[in-house]
Design a protein around this ligand. Structure first.
Ligand SMILES: C[S@@+](CC[C@H](N)C(=O)[O-])C[C@H]1O[C@@H](n2cnc3c(N)ncnc32)[C@H](O)[C@@H]1O
Length: 333
């Protein structure tokens, strides 16, 4: 399709791929204004406020013709809303769908971090079965028994040596890992949960790192990698990349232990509604009524083990009677 047929064009591409040159040439051909996302996002090397960025993006999007360029970021979603669908080429529509999908994923990942940051002070109510998580003495006793059986499985696994805990949270499992490990590195995106974790352990053998696991890269390798109630928060389309990250964190002969939720009505708060075993997101509520949509993927043990085997992992995945799924193993290849 000839360039003249386009009215609003956003060009994405990796650094140095020529998107600025292309955008400038196209802007001349279309007699359109030309914008660089870098200039909207930053001023004198500092990030501009979200409000100011949105304001600029909406102003640009409201113009009849423009060309913009820059690595795609979720706050430019307004720029990418098609005004007249008929004018989008097939490639353009496909790209737009992919870009929208990645925007939605980024939004929900951001909302997930915001949720756990806001929830930090009340997070342990879930583990302790307090307040909205109190499902009565019998159900609470079953919960405690199942936690104890996983603690036993972790002890048998023996997470010794240098241990990396991903999405460590408020430290329920950091405490257990510290009993066996020579050192623990605990990574989480929420400074609030890490502060609680640090307060519980007060242990110099734990190194804390605040980082977004979808961007983080390890600075060393570990004997054991552990994550609890994290895999279910990894978007399905990031599953392979996440396990690639896990592998890159492991020493040769390193091992992995993880645990997570099974689909069970009584695991979550009494005022949370499960949205079906195949749902991949869920709505969570805080004690003050604020609501957040987060990623929540429920796995069946056999399916999960098969998915992992296809990625080259030898993992055994087991379940407790009601609430939990847990796995351990190492790269098979
Ligand atoms: C369900 S909690 C699990 C915490 C802990 N592992 C446990 O078992 O109690 C999920 C944790 O993931 C963290 N988290 C959410 N999104 C993250 C991200 N993108 N990168 C790193 N941590 C993230 C949250 O801050 C929270 O502490």
């Amino acid at each position: 399709m000839a360039a003249e047929n386009y009215e609003r064009v956003h060009i994405i591409g990796s650094g140095g791929s020529g998107k600025t040159t292309l955008a400038r040439k196209l802007a001349v051909i279309l007699d359109a204004s030309y914008y660089e996302l870098d200039h909207i996002g930053y001023e004198n090397g500092a990030k501009r406020s979200l409000e100011v960025r949105y304001e600029d993006v909406r102003r640009i999007a409201s113009q009849p013709t423009w060309v913009s360029e820059g690595g795609f970021v979720w706050w430019v979603d307004d720029l990418l809303q098609p005004r007249r669908r008929g004018r989008f080429s097939v490639a353009g529509r496909k790209l737009h769908t992919r870009v929208r999908q990645s925007t939605m994923n980024q939004n929900i990942q951001d909302e997930q971090v915001a949720y756990y940051r806001a929830r930090a002070g009340e997070y342990d109510e879930w583990f302790r079965r307090d307040g909205r998580y109190d499902r009565g003495p019998e159900a609470n006793a079953r919960w405690a028994e199942e936690i104890a059986s996983i603690s036993d499985a972790l002890a048998a696994f023996n997470p010794a040596g240098d241990v990396l805990e991903l999405a460590a949270g408020t430290g329920w499992w950091t405490e257990r890992l510290a009993r066996y490990a020579a050192s623990v590195t605990a990574v989480d995106a929420s400074p609030e949960t890490l502060a609680i974790n640090r307060g519980k352990l007060g242990d110099a053998s734990v190194r804390y790192m605040e980082a977004d696991l979808f961007e983080w890269q390890p600075d060393r390798q570990y004997d054991v990698i552990f994550f609890s109630f994290w895999l279910s928060h990894v978007p399905l389309e990031r599953f392979d990349a996440f396990w690639g990250l896990v592998r890159s964190c492991l020493k040769p002969n390193g091992r992995v232990f993880f645990l997570d939720s099974r689909y069970s009505e009584t695991s979550t708060a009494a005022d949370h509604r499960l949205e079906g075993e195949d749902a991949t997101t869920t709505l969570r509520r805080l004690n003050d009524g604020r609501e957040f949509r987060i990623v929540k993927v429920f796995y069946q043990p056999d399916d999960l083990a098969a998915r992992l085997a296809a990625l080259g992992w030898g993992m055994t995945v087991r379940t407790t009677p009601n609430h939990f799924l847990y796995g351990s193993g190492a790269p098979a290849l």
